[in-house]
Design a protein around this ligand. Sequence first.
Ligand code: ATP
Length: 607
Amino acid sequence: MVRHGSRGSRFYHQTDEKPHITKALVFRIVAYFKPYWKIMAVILLLIVLTSAMEIVPPLLTKNIIDIALPQKNIRLLLLYIVLSFALLLLVNLISVGQSYLNTLVSKNIIRNLREDMYQHLLHMSIRFFSNVQAGEISSRINNDIGGIESVFSNTFIQILQGILVFVTTTVILLYINWKLAIISLLTLPLFLLPTRRVGRARWKIAADMQSKLAELTTLITETLNVSGMMLIKLFTKEKEEEKEFQNINDTVTKLGIRETVVGRWFIMTIQTFVAIGPMLIYLFGGLILIQYHDITIGGIVMFVTLVTRLYGPVNTFANIHVDIVRSMALFERIFQYLDLKNEIKEKPDACNIGRADGEIRFKHVFFSYKETNAPTLTDINMEIKSGQMAAFVGPSGAGKTTITYLVPRLYEVQSGAVLLDGIDIREIALHSLRNQIGMVTQDTYLFNTTIRENLLFARPNAKEAELVQACTTANIHDFIKSLPQGYDTVVGDRGIKLSGGEKQRISIARALLKDPRIVIFDEATSALDSNSETLIQQAIDPLLKTRTSLVIAHRLSTVLSADIIFVVENGHIVESGRHLDLIKLNGLYKDLYDKQFHSADESHSMQ
Ligand SMILES: Nc1ncnc2c1ncn2[C@@H]1O[C@H](COP(=O)(O)OP(=O)(O)OP(=O)(O)O)[C@@H](O)[C@H]1O
């Protein structure tokens, strides 16, 4: 087993989930329904109307038996039948309208929740996305928010309907014959107990089923994609994955069978009681008729019809607790996400700095990815003047990338400050700050759409000539032109159809289109051949020229041409200066130069 069957288990735990039903939670849920109170008032009215109207046909049946038939009055018989039919037709027509209104409310609430959630997540920090498990976000948006629909139509409406049907029916039964009414009501607990037991069992199986299905979905999405498949093939894990899939699939099948069987028991219980109930009423009704003569035959038939109307509400009440807990749990899970704090907040009076000069300063910056961990960056002090090229060198894991992340405020410093043109970046509006910065990473991310769309992401209104100009400067235009679909070529998932070098050159073109004041460039490690590297070098030079740049350097030529080199080790800047000065120090830089840059340069000249 590759990941010991833990897939999905961390975030699908509906079975053991017990929400804390507080006043605040209820008010918050109500707030989502508030805008639709008028529609809900109409729904309530329609439910009252239909529950009252449904009482009438059994009354008419009573009249058919007690009046029309004994009197042999065909006109009256026809009148009662037509009236009953017309009423039932009307009830059904109203139900169509009511279900339209139900759907209108639930779908709108779902839309609002989805929108709130997406908007909230869109502004969450990178830290949040690095910690969240794959599939968790889509599960919250799709499953949890989607589940709200049944909360409204199954739980809320059913409870309301149940109460009204129960009240109206009971009142009319008591009115007609209180003795038989009490006897009829006493038969209901017989129906309630088994329904409740079976209902609970069904809910437990359904929850287990949902959790297992979620595991299956996670397994499928994690394995059946390009990166997952490459990993599986290269580590020859097909058998293990198949086994894991088989295990979950088997459990799903068993649960599915149990769900159906228990479902059958449920139907059987209902059918048995639906059959026993009338018999008991015939028995007691018959006795009352024979002994006391205060009920008619039509009255007994009407009782039978009306009592069966009570089974629906009783079933709802039997499982009401489960339904409410489930609904609250759904809302609670959604609110948990909506309440996640965004650590990167924009100040209300944050300033817009226009086009920056591009001077960057770090003052006593401390940072760590997790508060409990040792700091990733310790007391970083540095200054990069406007237009300068700064190179960052150091062993792997030293903190070079982390330093660059702090400039566009992808993460927040723990203490100290990052300044742009002398202004603390926390004082600058986020869009104003990030508009100044272009980032070209080694692991370029492209959307699964055309090259053109990917480029336009940087500047949606760029003209064709500007796209071509940027791509020509980034040394990628000729390649794009050579593709059968040119700029309209779809790049595949994360740009899988392109080579690493091609992707990076497209990302350079994208950064050129953005025309930032500051460029952050993570230079390719030795993964690229010298030809590809030369192409990238030629592409990046115009982007770095005239702009302030922070380059995570792996090549000798880069450090040689840097205005300032920062040597990072274990979260500290241990040396800084120009190449020759640093060589003279005979410290870590000299070491790196001897081991990394020098040899990398030699290997390049050999290629
Ligand atoms: N999202 C993250 N959450 C927790 N720790 C992280 C995260 N990203 C990086 N780290 C840790 O922070 C430290 C610094 O990482 P960073 O990527 O800045 O190093 P680097 O100098 O750029 O390394 P390299 O040259 O290998 O890319 C490493 O120990 C790394 O494991």
